[in-house]
Structures are given as structure tokens and as C-alpha cells.
Write a protein that binds this ligand. Structure first.
Ligand code: HAM
Length: 420
């Protein structure tokens, strides 16, 4: 029996794992610059947390949660997203007592039982940011700026920011009533799944990408969100803030997002090269969620970016893929009698902070050199009887094939100034 990874999950290893680690380092560094500190929440959470927060009628809750009963009869899910979990932790640990605005970020796997396709997985990874404790539009601007800055720093150059406002809960109630009235005459012409959305969450009818449906809908409405004066002013400030920072954005299309907790500003960052799943990051404000989950009335805003989609965007946008340069040393053992000496050198190098490997099998020099090349080592350190006698090592630079003899006692210093 040969096992395979489950559909929609993947193994990340070797060069790709290195690329992920570098990406995570960049994301952490940007979060730190903006004053966001890390939070790690559990992968399993009570199912009720997501039913309450992202909404019973959303696709995620209706059909995409990995949900099971544990032996104690508890209703448990593998977290489908991070916001609800962060708000739970924020309340559980009374973080609101520590400072007015709590800035948190997270990195980790999320799970949704979606139909896998390019850019859509069942286990995927998010870099998420949540700023909890303020209703100020300047925090929206900060969060969008952090999103764009960190994506650019990772190498996603060709991106577009889309912003929209869904208004307050009251605005949404008025808007839903308006949409129902305007769209009722065409309800019967909509496909079944949109008729269902019409009844459960009418804003989601706007999400449909089908052009014929889009035309039908937009013929009957001007703008889907009827914003109060306060909401309009909030949105204007966000746009002014983005302009001040020189972040280009598109606000020409009013859109809703598929999670129930959003209010006011919502945004999406789309990257070229991702095909249909082009949202590399998405987020928005959720001013009612903290109170709805039993906490104080605090405004909050955040976003999450998909790590797999960041990788896909980078690869699509820089096809030659800036693969990391050569580094480290591979010890090439040329004779049985030098093995002990080679092992001593191997550990000396490692303990001095150099990546170093050696072949324990005493294979041919050709085979060892081929491996050293394939594994991207910068230097091959050749050690045979002759080198031993001279208390030296023949150092071959695999970048240009040049070779020189270096004294054993000078080797570490030499490497420190040459091996990047
Ligand atoms: P979301 O739009 O569901 O929002 O997901 C955010 C990002 O996660 C997407 O733009 C995409 O890059 C990635 N993503 C989502 N589902 C998948 C999937 N099946 N496969 C691969 N990547 C995926 C949220 O999760 C909100 N919690 C964001 C947020 C934070 N809003 C406020 N704070």
C-alpha cells in the first residue's frame, strides 16, 4: 500500500521550503516594523466560534469546514481562517486591558474543504494581521499599507488593490432591503445557487462572475451599498490616506466579501499570474465582531494573505525565479585514511556556522563532486592523502571551477570571508 498526500494538501520541501522560510522571515520583519506582534492560536477550535463569527449561511460554514466530534462529544473544527480565533484569544486573555489598540499577526495553516484547483487548496497557509481596538480609518490605511508593503517586499510586484465599503450594519440592512426590492423582478432569471444567495445573503449575488448575470443585476441598481454620511466620510478618509501614501487603488467596483463579519472598508489585493484565484490577500473592517463574541464594543480591521498564492504570484511574475546563490562546503573524501580527519573538519565547519556535508560512503570523486554541484554547494573541499600530508585542503569553487590549496589552520578564516 502506497500512501499519498490527501487531495488539496501538499508537501513543501527542499528549495520550496527554503523559499517559504525566507518569505516568512520577510513577512515577520514587516509586521515587526509596523508594530505587530505574533500570536499563535490552536489549529482546532470549537465549531461554534466560526458559526457565530463568519456566519451560518456562508459557504465556509455550510460546506467547507473540516468538522468532527471528539470522543467527549465536542463539536470541533480545523480552523478555516484566523480572525475569529484571534478575537477569541484577544477576549480570553483580556488583551484589551493592556493597550488601546492591539496589533497582532499570525502565520499558519488553515483548512477548507473546497474543490481543489490552481491556487485553491484544502490545507493552505495564511499570513494574517489584525488590529483590534480602534474604529479610526487611519488604521484601515495602516493595515492596507502593511499588506501592500509586505507583498511587494516578498517579490509580488504586479498587484492591484481594490477597495470598497459595505457600510455599518445599519447601512447593510438598508442596502439589503434596497437590493431585494430592485432585484426581486429578476430573481427567477438567476441560477438556482444565486436565488439561494438572494434569500440568505443578497450581497453575495454581487460576487457572481458570470457576465450575463452581472449585466442583469447592474441594469437594475446604481450602487449596492447605501452609505450613511459617517460611513461615506470613513471611506473618503481611507482613500485619502492611501493617496497620501502613494498606494494606487481601484474603487470603481463596489463589492462585498463572503464572510459575515465585515463592515465599512473591505479590500482585496489581486496579483497578475494567478488565473481565476487572483486574490493574493483580502481583508477589511469588522466593527461588530468583538462585541458579538461577548467583548467590549471595539472596532477592528485586518487582512490575510495566502502564502501559496504569494509563491504562485512570485513565480508567475519572475519566471526565472531568483533561486538562492550557492553556499556552504561539501567535503570530498578521496581516501579511506583521511575519513576521521574529514569528520573532524565537518563538525568544526558546522559549529562555526557553515553549511557542511560529507559523503560517508567513500564513493568516487566524480560522484561526490556531482552531488556537491547538484545540491548547490559553493565549495568542494577535497581531502586526500596528499592534502593531509601538507596539512591543507584543496578548495574548489563550484561557481567558477577554480581550485586553490588552503592551509587547514587558515581554512575557517578564509571561508568566513568568502562563503556568504
Ligand atoms: P479570505 O478572503 O477567506 O479572508 O482569505 C484570505 C486569503 O487567503 C485569500 O485572499 C487567499 O489568498 C487565501 N485563501 C483563502 N482560501 C484559500 C484556499 N482554499 N486555498 C489557498 N488560499 C486560500 C479571510 O480568511 C479573513 N480572515 C481575512 C481577514 C483578516 N479579514 C479581516 N482580518
Amino acid at each position: 500500500m502506497v500512501f499519498q498526500a490527501l487531495r488539496g494538501t501538499s508537501d513543501i520541501f527542499q528549495a520550496e521550503a527554503t523559499a517559504w522560510a525566507e518569505l516568512e522571515q520577510t513577512l515577520r520583519a514587516w509586521a515587526a516594523c509596523y508594530g505587530y506582534s505574533e500570536i499563535r492560536t490552536p489549529i482546532i477550535e470549537p465549531a461554534g466560534l466560526f458559526l457565530r463569527s463568519i456566519g451560518e449561511m456562508t459557504d465556509i460554514v455550510q460546506k467547507e469546514m473540516f468538522r468532527f466530534e471528539d470522543r467527549g462529544g465536542n463539536d470541533i473544527v480545523l480552523r478555516p481562517e484566523g480572525t475569529a480565533a484571534v478575537v477569541r484569544a484577544f477576549l480570553e486573555h483580556h488583551l484589551y486591558n493592556q493597550q488601546a489598540l492591539t496589533r497582532l499577526f499570525y502565520l499558519g495553516p488553515m483548512f477548507r474543504a473546497e474543490r481543489p484547483q490552481a491556487g485553491r487548496f484544502r490545507q493552505f497557509h495564511q499570513y494574517g494581521v489584525e488590529a483590534i481596538g480602534s474604529a479610526s480609518p487611519w488604521v484601515d490605511v495602516e493595515v492596507i499599507a502593511l499588506c501592500v508593503d509586505s507583498l511587494r517586499a516578498c517579490g509580488v510586484r504586479d498587484l492591484a488593490v481594490w477597495v470598497s465599503s459595505m457600510g455599518t450594519r445599519e447601512d447593510q440592512q438598508r442596502s439589503a432591503a434596497y437590493l431585494r426590492e430592485r432585484l426581486l423582478p429578476i430573481r427567477a432569471q438567476l441560477p438556482d445557487y444565486l436565488q439561494q444567495r438572494f434569500d440568505t445573503n443578497i450581497f453575495r449575488v454581487l460576487d457572481c462572475k458570470d457576465e450575463a448575470v452581472q449585466q442583469l443585476v447592474w441594469q437594475r441598481i446604481d450602487r449596492p451599498f447605501l452609505l450613511s454620511e459617517g460611513s461615506q466620510a470613513h471611506f473618503d478618509t481611507v482613500r485619502r490616506g492611501l493617496e497620501e501614501l502613494g498606494i494606487p487603488f481601484d474603487d470603481s467596483q463596489a463589492f462585498a466579501r463572503g464572510l459575515d463579519y465585515y463592515t465599512q472598508t473591505v479590500f482585496e489585493v489581486r496579483a497578475t499570474g494567478l488565473g481565476a484565484q487572483d486574490a493574493v490577500a483580502a481583508g477589511g473592517r469588522y466593527d461588530n465582531l468583538v462585541a458579538e463574541m461577548g467583548g467590549p464594543a471595539l472596532g477592528a480591521v485586518g487582512f490575510a494573505a495566502g502564502i501559496e498564492r504569494i509563491r504562485l504570484a512570485i513565480q508567475a511574475q519572475q519566471p526565472s525565479g531568483a533561486v538562492g546563490g550557492r553556499e556552504g562546503c561539501c567535503l570530498i573524501v578521496l581516501h579511506e585514511s583521511v575519513r576521521a580527519e574529514a569528520r573532524a573538519l565537518l563538525y568544526q565547519l558546522r559549529r562555526a556556522g557553515h553549511k557542511a556535508l560529507m559523503d560517508y560512503e567513500l564513493r568516487s570523486m566524480k560522484a561526490q563532486l556531482r552531488d556537491a554541484n547538484q545540491h548547490g554547494f559553493r565549495y568542494a573541499l577535497l581531502l586526500g592523502q596528499q592534502e593531509m600530508a601538507q596539512q591543507a585542503v584543496a578548495v574548489k569553487d563550484l561557481e567558477n571551477a577554480q581550485q586553490q590549496l588552503i592551509r587547514r589552520d587558515a581554512l575557517l578564516d578564509w571561508l568566513s570571508s568568502h562563503d556568504s
